[in-house]
Design a protein around this ligand. Structure first.
Ligand SMILES: *Cc1c(COP(=O)(O)O)cnc(C)c1O
Length: 471
């Protein structure tokens, strides 16, 4: 399998070459040259496989530069009941007639990002070991991504993590999760500023090419293809649990921000998984809902980006969206480049309304969408708890609300559970008047000793810190 850029760069790369990279050299995103088709016999043979073996089967269609025995071992040590809490890894919970939750949040940080990040940690360690190289991961987080990255990379050979976060602005639970890690290769940098300051620092450091090369700076953001392909696996796992035979279809509802999670669903559908519809749910930050309703993709500026009670979906633009648009345009790289590199850069928007390609988003690719507000979240959390006895987090509530608007008789609807309620306790208390359930291993988390360095919002200070801790 070779990988190309959505903007038409001539290079064709192999999996391990793009594993440690971010964007393609032309600013595009990497995608496989084609999506491997999974025929009926193969699909039937995968039904009933344990999760780690299913992961191996799917990943080996995309990764041909890691020996099969090694990849199999990596999958086996990633997807264990010890790390993910259950033997199914991604267990399906029936909610009510025709409606299910797919549990993706039982990993170390209680959000779905662990599903991919845990694999990434093991792939990074493997590949860096093979090359005899080191990598210093620099990131910015307002919560879920940073903690998922730290728990994936802790104790890994050849990897250090420098994670910036806005000082005092994450929830107490999220701060405690990250800052209680005592591993020598994990560095928490609390920046006196807001999340945008953290992102600006990461950009400034990465744009200093000499520094970047000298200190081997890398990232783990959601445009990484390895993260995306790891997420394809649970669409298959969810499908097998919700159906008895492969002539049945299901739909998936996905709480969306950067379009990473649902893009994996798109890939699974392109491979031939019998998915009826992909239901995209946003919160008040409805860039993507607007696109799927109107054909207009209009990125927001800072002041138009709302701080909501499903904060991991608070995005101004969706960093993975270009992958889908490339497919929507029949893989026309020149047009993709014109839209993203030119129109979007110049006007902050592009418009596919009236373009025959746009109609295909629904008819050929199965996408529908909807949005949810704070009041909707509260109502959904309350209803699901009182009527069904199930407590959902704010992001999952966005997915559930929009899922209900797109139910079809005879087609099971699987809502992806992207976090557990304990991560967003304040809104749970607002909705239910009680604290969320807390998994036993997180009792007393906030009381553990914290390991964090507070720094001013200054890229130079962060560089000095990295230089001093890379010896
Ligand atoms: C990251 C995240 C999302 C959004 O996922 P995307 O891949 O960015 O669309 C939704 N919910 C939770 C809890 C998350 O952490």
């Amino acid at each position: 399998m070779r990988y190309l850029s959505t903007r038409g760069h001539a290079d064709r790369k192999r999996f391990c070459e793009i594993l440690l990279e971010g964007l393609a050299p032309d600013g595009g995103l990497y995608l496989p040259e084609h999506y491997p088709a999974v025929d009926a016999a193969t699909l039937a043979s995968w039904r009933g496989l344990p999760y780690h073996e299913l992961a191996f089967e799917i990943l080996s269609l995309y990764i041909d530069d890691i020996p099969a025995a090694d990849l199999r071992a990596i999958c086996a040590r990633t997807y264990t009941p010890e790390v993910f809490g259950t033997p199914q890894i991604a267990p399906l919970k029936p909610l009510e007639e025709g409606l299910f939750l797919l549990g993706l949040s039982n990993g170390p940080t209680l959000a779905f990002k662990d599903m991919a990040m845990q694999l990434l940690g093991n792939l990074f360690e493997y590949e860096l070991g093979r090359r005899g190289e080191e990598l210093n991961i620099l990131g910015a987080t307002s919560g879920d991504t940073g903690s998922a990255a730290e728990y994936a990379m802790r104790g890994k050979q050849g990897v250090r993590v420098f994670m910036t976060s806005p000082h005092g602005r994450m929830s107490p639970f999220q701060q405690a999760q990250m800052f209680s890690l005592q591993d020598a290769n994990i560095h928490n940098l609390a920046i006196r500023g807001v999340f945008d300051d953290c992102q600006d620092i990461v950009k400034a450091v990465s744009n200093d090419l000499a520094f970047k090369r000298q200190y081997r700076i890398g990232t783990v953001n959601s445009i990484n293809w390895a993260r995306l392909v790891a997420q394809v696996v649970y669409y298959f796992a969810g499908y097998f649990q919700a159906t008895r035979a492969n002539d049945e279809k299901v739909s998936f509802a996905v709480p969306s921000g950067n379009f990473g999670n649902i893009c994996a669903g798109h890939v699974a559908r392109q491979m031939g998984l019998p998915i009826d519809r992909l239901v995209l749910a946003t919160n008040e930050n409805d860039v993507l809902d607007e696109f799927f309703r109107t054909g207009v993709y209009r990125v927001r500026v800072g002041v138009d980006t709302h701080e909501t009670s499903s904060p991991s979906m608070d995005i101004s633009k969706a960093s993975n969206f270009e992958r889908f648009v490339f497919d929507l345009l029949g893989r026309d790289a020149a047009r993709t480049r014109a839209l993203f590199d030119d129109e979007l850069a110049r006007q902050g928007r592009f418009d596919l309304d009236g373009d025959p390609a746009f109609a295909r988003a629904a008819t050929q690719f199965g996408f529908v969408s909807g949005k949810s507000t704070h009041a909707d979240r509260l109502a959904t959390i309350r209803d699901t708890w009182q009527r069904l006895g199930v407590m959902v987090d704010t992001h999952t509530a966005d997915g559930l609300k929009v899922a209900r608007q797109h139910l079809r008789a005879g087609v099971p609807m699987i809502v992806l559970e992207t976090a557990l309620p304990v991560k967003f306790a304040a809104t749970i208390v607002e909705a239910l008047g009680r604290e969320p359930e807390r998994p036993a291993k997180f009792e007393g988390l906030e009381l553990l000793p914290k390991r964090v360095t507070v720094l001013p919002a200054d890229a130079g200070e962060v560089k000095s810190y990295i230089a001093a801790h890379c010896a």
